[in-house]
Design a binder for this molecule. Structure first.
Ligand SMILES: [Zn+2]
Ligand SMILES: [Zn+2]
Length: 465
């Protein structure tokens, strides 16, 4: 009896997370994410599956981020009829994120097909549409953290809080290999400690096989406190009477963390003269889901909510729900803080705000999250002189701030700390979910410190456990 794992995404890259586990009695996936960013990866979203979706019994979903969940509607569309297991916040978030992804996809496919038509190539079908996005939700089933569930196919599963975004999970899978009970642990995306709203990642003590993320495997973040200071000083030193501050932020988690921080700054009178706008339909919908799931918050914030304090509301904060509210922001020349998505500036309303503010030296852009290779955000952070937005060349003249400490991911120190809680002496470690350089470097660090067997799998590689 053996189990084979195939790395169909997030192997030597951070995107497209999906791992196919094949046991004697069944096939399950851990995550089923979409590839984002580089063209040679995103085209994989359109490729035929080289397995039969109808044979897959479960998707064990670590969290709602599209690069972990985003191809589920396509999987269902192609015949999957099993169950998708995840926590309740993940389920709620997926519902809105899939619809958003379908919308982004419809814009993307139009652009791709125009290009392909000019090149005389066959047109692409969208990965999925809004109907597929809604249809797949009936196969979701919410599970509680820390409860063992028997999948009745040779696997048992338990979810633990990964502290990355609301509802995010570390996944423990139990199965028999050569008649011995073995435990596989998928770290999922591991969070940073001391976040405003969510809990710290749970500590685990044992595993036979560990699949650990390495997004920041070769880097360290600045501390949370230091980052908050930088954030405050970027805002307070901004030329507020002449320019705006634009904050690209991931719609889920980062936006809510930023709002919560801004609300605390407001209370300390540090936002005087500013109006704050949240301009992203997805971020607004996600904030509502956060409010409905406050029992998953960390103790401090949960107790505040129970006392009637809303961390996502203060007098100078405006949620731009209607299109015209969003468009009106284009006319604001100063005194505005605009929090908008997507976080890597690839899609969504942030593109409009960059178009109107990036070329103005009196404005500031504050990056608060990871910028993947190939994205507009990455180019700006790396100091290019101009970027293309809606086909137009926009000069980069605004002040650029990059605040690493807001990251939703543990840095190298955080990953090693989490790893240090394992008491298992012998463990086979697979370093996944990191760009190649970072993953290889992190694997070396683990080898130097622990006597574990460490592998950095290639995309598509199959390993028999
Ligand atoms: Zn994530
Ligand atoms: Zn991820």
């Amino acid at each position: 009896m053996s189990v084979t794992v195939q790395f169909l995404g997030a192997a030597r890259t951070v995107t497209g997370s999906k791992y196919l586990l094949t046991g004697e009695k069944g096939k399950i996936f851990v995550d089923f994410g979409m590839f984002r960013g580089e063209e040679n990866l995103t085209q994989k979203n359109y490729e035929e599956f080289d397995f039969n979706p109808a044979e897959v019994q479960y998707v064990i979903l670590t969290h709602a981020h599209i690069d972990h969940s985003g191809l589920i509607p396509r999987l269902v569309n192609k015949g999957f009829r099993g169950k998708i297991l995840c926590t309740k916040p993940t389920l709620d978030l997926c519902r809105i994120m899939f619809l958003d992804a379908a919308h982004v996809e419809s814009i993307e496919i139009e652009w791709r097909n125009r290009k392909r038509q000019r090149a005389g190539k066959a047109l692409l079908q969208p990965v999925y549409n809004a109907q597929d996005a809604a249809f797949c939700m009936q196969y979701f089933e919410a599970v509680e953290y820390n409860k063992l569930k028997d999948l009745k196919n040779g696997f048992k599963v338990r979810f633990d809080d990964a502290g990355h975004i609301l509802g995010s999970s570390i996944v423990e899978l139990f199965t028999k290999i050569d008649n011995k009970e073995k435990k596989l642990v998928f770290s999922g995306d591991l969070g940073n400690e001391m976040q405003d709203i969510i809990r710290d990642p749970e500590k685990l003590e044992s595993a036979d096989y560990l699949f650990i993320e390495s997004t920041y495997g070769d880097r360290l973040h600045k501390g949370r406190k230091e980052t908050l200071k930088e954030f405050e000083s970027a805002i307070m030193n901004a030329n507020k009477d002449k320019g705006n501050i634009i904050i690209p932020a991931f719609a889920v988690e980062r936006t809510q963390e930023i709002i919560s921080e801004l609300s605390q700054m407001y209370k300390k009178s540090k936002l005087d003269g500013f109006s704050v706008y949240v301009d992203s339909p997805l971020a607004i919908a996600a904030t509502e889901i956060f409010q409905a799931n406050s029992r998953y918050f960390n103790d401090k914030t949960r107790l505040e909510v129970e006392k009637g304090i809303n961390p996502f509301s203060f007098p100078s904060l405006v949620y731009c729900k209607r299109m015209e509210d969003s468009r009106a922001l284009n006319d604001l020349k100063s005194n505005a803080i605009i929090v908008s998505a997507s976080g890597m500036c690839e899609a969504g309303r942030i593109k409009h705000h960059l178009k109107h503010n990036l070329w103005r030296e009196e404005c500031a852009i504050i990056f608060t999250g990871y910028q993947a290779i190939g994205t507009t955000g990455r180019a700006i952070v790396e100091g290019v002189k101009a970027v293309k937005i809606f086909g137009e060349e926009i000069a980069v003249r605004a002040k650029i701030f990059t605040l690493g400490g807001f990251s939703g991911h543990a840095d190298q120190k955080g990953l090693l700390k989490w790893l240090s809680f394992f008491k298992t002496k012998k463990m086979q470690v697979f370093v996944v979910h990191g760009e190649e350089k970072g993953a290889l470097a992190f694997a070396d660090v683990i080898r130097q410190r622990k006597h574990y067997t460490v592998t950095v799998p290639e995309l598509g590689q199959k390993v028999k456990l």
